[in-house]
Design a protein around this ligand. Structure first.
Ligand SMILES: Cc1cc2nc3c(=O)[nH]c(=O)nc-3n(C[C@H](O)[C@H](O)[C@H](O)COP(=O)(O)O)c2cc1C
Length: 310
């Protein structure tokens, strides 16, 4: 099966990308395989200042996947510019890279775009509007506030010509409204979904398993949540969708395509095997070959398929 797909004015040699926060800035996985064999990756979310993240333990497992509260640990804007992007520019030549941005305020998103936009090494931005752990210091994530979505996306749009993805939340009771708001404000694509808020407690003591208390659920438990979100978004917009949540096997990626995702992202699976993204891309080729499917794009449900006229 041919995996290449053209989106945002460039070629993705595979629909498989690594998800934000699960592959660092690429270098962290480079010893395990050649990142250029993937469609691309999204960097760890970058904040203005460096962040050490939340109290340990930050990750724990359960039957349906993982719970994390990393707390956006990252080197901050200036180190990203000075150390991370030059490495990406020199080493990641075929895979497409999105830099994930996490402001704590609306204007921090603008400062991040302004700070990075002249640099090389990446295609576009993924706006992390939906981190359940920390993105906004008080109140719900930006993705659950339509005014904030509008302000952040339109303000970033005014500051860059690069492709802009808005990453939305899984627990959005008005996802259709948020999808319309983000795309009306100028998002070129949507990433669905971020982790789902959750909590794990130790049976013996009742203490939270994570140092920070609650965290974000990722992995298999998120697959049906992500599929539902992508399907809903597909019925509302024609922009490219990136499906993320619980992808471990080729069948999961195909399900996202059937729901309307042109690209998929792999997160938690990379913790079990750092080569998970690569294995998934190879598995997809085999999946198509065995079923006589010639191209990934044939699998992707379009908005016309959904009966929506754009
Ligand atoms: C350890 C960890 C760190 C993450 N950090 C980020 C992050 O910095 N920014 C972001 O937008 N999403 C972050 N995510 C969410 C993932 O990008 C992804 O949306 C989520 O894990 C669902 O995909 P999965 O089920 O394949 O893991 C993180 C997820 C995990 C497990």
């Amino acid at each position: 099966m041919r995996l290449t797909t053209e989106l945002f004015g460039v070629k993705f040699q595979s629909p498989v990308l690594l998800a934000a926060g699960t592959c660092g800035f690429g270098l962290e996985l480079a010893e395990f395989f050649d990142l250029n064999d993937l469609g691309g990756f999204v960097t760890k979310s970058v904040t203005i200042d460096p962040r050490h993240g939340n109290e340990a333990p930050r990750l724990t497992e359960f039957g349906g996947g993982m719970l994390n509260s990393i707390g956006l640990a990252n080197p901050g804007l200036e180190s990203t510019r000075r150390e991370k992007l030059p490495w990406i520019a020199a080493n990641v030549t075929r895979a497409q890279v999105f830099v994930s941005l996490a402001g704590h305020t609306v204007s921090e998103f603008f400062r991040l775009v302004e700070g990075l936009d002249g640099d090389e090494g990446f295609l576009g931005y993924e706006l992390n509007l939906s981190c359940p752990n920390d993105a906004r210091r008080d109140g719900p994530p930006f993705a659950l506030d339509l005014d904030a979505v509008d302000e952040i996306v339109s303000g970033c749009r005014a500051r860059t010509d690069r492709p802009l993805l808005a990453k939305l939340a899984p627990n959005d009771l008005d996802l259709g409204g948020t999808v319309r708001c983000a795309t009306d404000a100028g998002a070129d694509g949507l990433t669905l979904v971020n982790t789902l808020p959750g909590l794990l407690l130790e049976g013996a003591t009742g203490a939270a398993e994570l140092g920070a208390g609650p965290g974000g659920i990722s992995g298999s438990a998120l697959l049906p949540v992500g599929l539902r979100a992508v399907k809903k978004a597909r019925s509302e917009t024609h922009v490219p969708l990136l499906g993320v949540g619980g992808v471990t096997a080729p069948e999961d990626a195909v399900a996202y395509a059937r729901a309307g995702a042109a690209l998929v992202q792999v997160g938690t699976a990379s913790f079990a095997s750092p080569r998970a993204g690569l294995l998934l891309a190879r598995g997809l080729e085999k999946w198509g070959r065995e079923r006589g499917v010639s191209s990934w794009t044939d699998l992707v449900c379009s908005d016309e398929d959904e009966g929506r006229s754009s």
